[in-house]
Design a binder for this molecule. Structure first.
Ligand SMILES: *Cc1c(COP(=O)(O)O)cnc(C)c1O
Length: 726
């Protein structure tokens, strides 16, 4: 079936024909990682751009017609527009690229990528945290490298949650329903022009899904939506929000994502040769792939072998909450007609999700994913090792080092996370050795040129970004300051007193207990001294959401907020509400230090520190996840580690204070006569130089491709035994 979409052009009656490319561009997130394309919207009207929260679809809908009149006679604007549209069209039609150069025979083979969340842009609130951004960055990088990939996820109309902090520091979860028509998504239609609706096969009572498409450069991302009249009311809620705490709803979500997602691809006529499961949530896709083969006459056993041989599974967390286990009675409720279609009985079916060493009974999604995929990987060297230990009993005959659980360390999409001003500065000095350095940014040699940048120039950009961050925090408060009239301490706790000339530490991530956001408050008196030092003050910015059901996480958040309100902390702690993609951009560009102190080995990788480092923000982090690979002794600071003497919190906090007092703070404030802390800038350059290439999504995607994808794509070699089925 050919794909059809609704015609968004009808939603933009004001946009003149001459500029209609602005609409096409608005519906392709390509614009979001090309600052020069962003300027096209910003130039129309800066306030309107801000008001749309940088969402061109919304902006083009909201602005009055006369805004465009001036543009049509603005030759400079039109010239720019033509250049960018040309660049965009070239990007979209270019069939050459890294992938086709390296795998010329496999250029027509497609990988399907399934994930429960995607962090692409804040106008698409389909993410909770790191797993989502990793998936989003993966798609963008596949697009840049020309890797043929098609992605499947959810259109969560209520997203994760919007966070509001009450005066007493308690997190309120605000529900905001996404305006689907103002988001950069288009409806997928059937041949007769109606919205496409498919039924999730063999699940009773029936569940129907409809489909939206997001264009991530060249990569199509199909989003499933159950909130349609065809569904009974309780089924309409399935796609409302991420990570519901209700087990049954979660099971229903995973059924829709895996089985429904697979069905959508086949109904759209999209063929793929291999499947990549991003975490265990979408693993039921494997069942559906098996069922299709059985339906065509294959035995269950053969079908499993084929499906397995064309699949890779990436695990993202050692935390138990990341590994879903569904009670057998619930599985029975939804799958009783399904497993018959697989040609197996109930026991054989349940055995697929059996974890031999987990006392919790039920259908274990990770065990199931491991059984139905050939390749398995963790997301950092350390995490691979931990995962081999965690899952070794699935392979009782193998010694631990031979457990088939490899690792590919995560990376971040550089064009998304490198601040455009910094990029301009880097280019000024990198271009002389490689004018196309942006295309080769995973080559570590390019980054050596960072030493050519005069300290003054990089310091000026950095302080400008810091100023921008603080302006942004204050502006948010200014807009709704009336609501704080009776609570001045709230304005302080929200960061109104932050000062751009003070050493600034950032801490922003999900508020899970293991991330220990409050570790630095372990000894409040000592922290007070560090922050309030009259000659060398320090300030801190916190941000992050607790899962709605995570009572402990909310308590930690409240505790920090209360500290921030206390006058004896001198207004030097700010908590920024409703952490999301946009605030993350400001923070990882604009603070001086990025702090991270989870309990090892819980942080599988961590990616926000990579984003910070790329922009010259120094990591002050416990030795866990990526930092074990990233830290080289002179590109930031490390403490803690796997074992810690005595009480873990006490000793980690002590190490943190001591680093701050003896190294971080003195280095920051030892500026020369020219006002520049040259020692600090040296470290900034060191961190940019040593981490940017190795922790780029480009390095990561190439690794997935080189290690796994081609060996899964065996079909190109004319011995295609199973591709025709998909
Ligand atoms: C990068 C990112 C994350 C993931 O950060 P971690 O360090 O892995 O916790 C979470 N949220 C947002 C908004 C991000 O941009």
């Amino acid at each position: 079936m050919a794909e059809h979409y609704d015609r968004p052009a009808e939603k933009f009656p004001h946009v003149p024909e001459r500029l209609s490319g602005l609409i096409d561009l608005a519906y392709n997130l390509w614009w979001s990682w090309h600052p020069e394309a962003r300027v096209l919207y910003k130039q129309i009207n800066q306030q309107a751009w801000k008001k749309s929260v940088h969402n061109p679809v919304k902006m083009l809908q909201d602005i009055p017609a006369e805004f465009f009149d001036g543009l049509l006679s603005n030759t400079e604007y039109l010239r720019r527009y033509d250049i960018i549209m040309n660049r965009f069209n070239q990007y979209m039609t270019n069939r050459n690229g890294w992938f086709s150069e390296h795998y010329p025979k496999r250029r027509s083979l497609t990988i399907a990528y399934f994930s429960a969340e995607y962090g692409l842009h804040h106008s698409l609130p389909f993410y909770a945290g790191g797993l989502g951004f990793l998936a989003g960055d993966h798609l963008k990088e596949c697009s840049d490298l020309g890797v043929p990939l098609v992605a499947v996820g959810f259109m969560y109309s209520e997203g994760y949650l919007h966070q509001h902090i009450r005066p007493d520091g308690w997190q309120d979860n605000i529900t905001e329903v996404l305006d689907r028509d103002a988001a950069p998504i288009v409806r997928v239609l059937n041949a007769s022009g109606d919205q496409m609706v498919i039924r999730v096969p063999f699940i009773e009572p029936p569940i129907y899904v409809t489909v939206w498409r997001v264009n991530v450069g060249k990569i199509p991302l199909y989003l499933l939506d159950t909130d349609i009249p065809a569904n009974i009311p309780e089924n309409r809620t399935i796609s409302h929000r991420l990570y519901t705490e209700q087990t049954e709803q979660r099971l229903r979500q995973e059924i829709v994502l895996g089985i429904g997602g697979r069905k959508v691809l086949s109904d759209l006529g999209i063929e793929f040769s291999a499947l990549h499961l991003n975490e265990g949530h979408p693993a039921f896709a494997q069942l559906e792939r098996i069922r299709e083969r059985v339906e065509k006459g294959m035995t269950f056993k053969d079908a499993l072998v084929q499906v397995k041989g064309t699949s890779v599974f990436t695990s993202h967390t050692p935390v138990p909450a990341g590994n879903d286990i569904f009670p057998f009675d619930l599985m029975e409720k939804y799958f009783s007609s399904y497993y018959h279609q697989l040609g197996i009985d109930r026991d054989t079916f349940f055995q697929l999700g059996h974890h031999p060493c987990d006392a919790r009974t039920g259908f274990n999604m990770t065990a199931f994913a491991l059984r139905t995929t050939e390749y398995h990987n963790g997301v950092s060297k350390k995490h691979g090792m931990i995962a081999r230990g965690m899952w070794r009993c699935m392979w009782p005959d193998l010694p631990e080092q031979e457990i088939p659980f490899d690792h590919i360390t995560n990376g971040v999409h550089i064009p998304t996370w490198l601040n455009p001003r910094m990029e301009v500065l880097y280019s000024k000095y990198f271009d002389s050795t490689d004018p196309h350095w942006q295309n080769n940014h995973d080559n570590p040699d390019i980054w050596k040129m960072i030493d050519e940048i005069p300290d003054k120039e990089i310091w000026e950009v950095h302080t400008w970004l810091k100023q921008k961050l603080l302006n942004r925090i204050r502006e948010r408060k200014r807009i709704n300051w009336e609501t704080h009239l009776k609570e001045p301490s709230n304005l302080v706790a929200d960061g109104l007193m932050l000062n751009p000339s003070v050493l600034t530490i950032g801490f922003a991530r999900r508020f899970s207990a293991y991330k220990r956001a409050d570790l630095i408050f372990h000894d409040p008196a000592r922290l007070r001294q560090i922050l309030n030092n009259p000659w060398r003050p320090v300030q801190m910015i916190f941000a992050g959401k607790a899962h709605p059901a995570d009572y402990e996480g909310k308590l930690i958040l409240q505790r920090i907020y209360e500290f921030a309100q206390q006058p004896d902390f001198g207004g030097r702690i700010g908590f920024v509400e409703d952490y999301g993609e946009q605030m993350a951009q400001y923070l990882v560009h604009g603070v001086d230090v990025w702090m991270n102190n989870p309990i090892p080995p819980m942080e599988a990788c961590g990616t926000s520190g990579m984003k910070a480092s790329l922009n010259g923000v120094l990591n002050l982090s416990i030795l866990d996840g990526w930092w074990i690979e990233g830290y080289n002794g002179s590109n930031g600071w490390a403490f803690g580690g796997e074992t810690s003497p005595g009480s873990r919190d006490a000793s980690d906090a002590a190490a943190l204070y001591s680093l701050l007092e003896n190294e971080v703070v003195p280095l920051y404030y030892s500026a020369s006569i020219d006002g520049i802390p040259h020692g600090w800038v040296k470290k900034m350059k060191e961190t940019i130089k040593s981490t940017s290439a190795s922790f780029s999504a480009r390095r990561m995607v190439k690794e997935y491709v080189n290690k796994y994808y081609p060996s899964l794509l065996t079909c190109a070699e004319n011995e295609c035994r199973f591709c025709s089925l998909e």
